[in-house]
Design a protein around this ligand. Structure first.
Ligand code: DGI
Ligand code: FE
Ligand code: FE
Length: 220
């Protein structure tokens, strides 16, 4: 089974989400904001398929997932120091992975009413993934990957791979296996891309993929 931590502590209302959306508008570029809203819509659709009782939390995580994405590298390092996030040499070679850590750390300070463990975990792991991801972490990771505003070839391909077989018509077990297969494919795309770039691949990314292979084997 997916790691399923039912440790919700916050109640997130529609009004809170509306206010958050409005507050975020002036904190990021138009493109990032459009992506953020796209991830929220996709998180809602995925939530309807896999965890209808957690949709508000998923939408909050989606809205907050990239809040530090547009900060400079210097600012990322400063936030890491402020929040006690350890940065090693390899991390410095993967600057695109910082924003997931700094966003997760910033939520309790800047948006305390959304500081639910489900929200923070989903934001923290949305870029690299990790071993033993919860269902919510997987769903935000995937919503980010296949958001409708993304035009990158691998993203379009994965979006079609996920929706074309009509997951809504699948039984529960088959739908979960479908999710696992799509997630594995996403890591394959990401890892291939990073190899082509000669970029370092985080251990969390490898662990995430390997763990999914194990889970799929158990669920088949
Ligand atoms: O913030 P977004 O652009 O919406 O998406 P994201 O948070 O998934 O970031 C995607 C970028 O992060 C993409 O350029 C690939 C990179 N990335 C993901 N996993 C790793 C990574 N980069 C390195 N170096 N290592 C990773 O494991
Ligand atoms: Fe991101
Ligand atoms: Fe994103």
């Amino acid at each position: 089974m997916m790691g399923d931590e039912n440790n919700t502590v916050m109640t997130i209302t529609e009004q809170m989400l509306d206010e958050l959306r409005a507050a975020l508008r002036d904190t990021m570029s138009e493109k990032r904001y459009a992506h953020t809203l796209g991830v929220e819509r996709m998180a809602k659709r995925l939530g309807e398929l896999y965890c209808p009782d957690k949709i508000a939390l998923l939408r909050a995580a989606a809205l907050l997932h990239d809040i530090t994405k547009e900060e400079t590298f210097e600012k990322q390092l400063q936030l890491c120091e402020q929040f006690g996030i350890i940065v090693d040499e390899l991390d410095r070679m993967a600057p695109k992975t910082f924003h997931a850590k700094t966003a997760a750390a910033l939520i309790p300070v800047k948006y305390p009413e959304f500081a639910d463990p489900i929200v923070i975990g989903a934001v923290r792991w949305h870029t690299t993934g990790r071993a033993e991801m919860t269902l919510y972490e997987h769903l935000i990771y995937l919503a980010d990957y296949i958001d409708d505003t993304r035009k990158f070839e691998d993203c379009v391909k994965l979006r079609d791979m996920f929706w074309n077989p009509a997951p809504a018509c699948m039984g529960e077990k088959e739908r979960m296996r479908h999710l696992l297969r799509i997630l594995i494919a996403s890591y394959d795309f990401t890892i291939s891309g990073l190899l082509e770039e000669g970029a370092p691949i985080s251990a969390d990314t490898f662990h995430a993929r390997n763990q999914l292979l194990l889970r799929l084997k158990k669920e088949t």
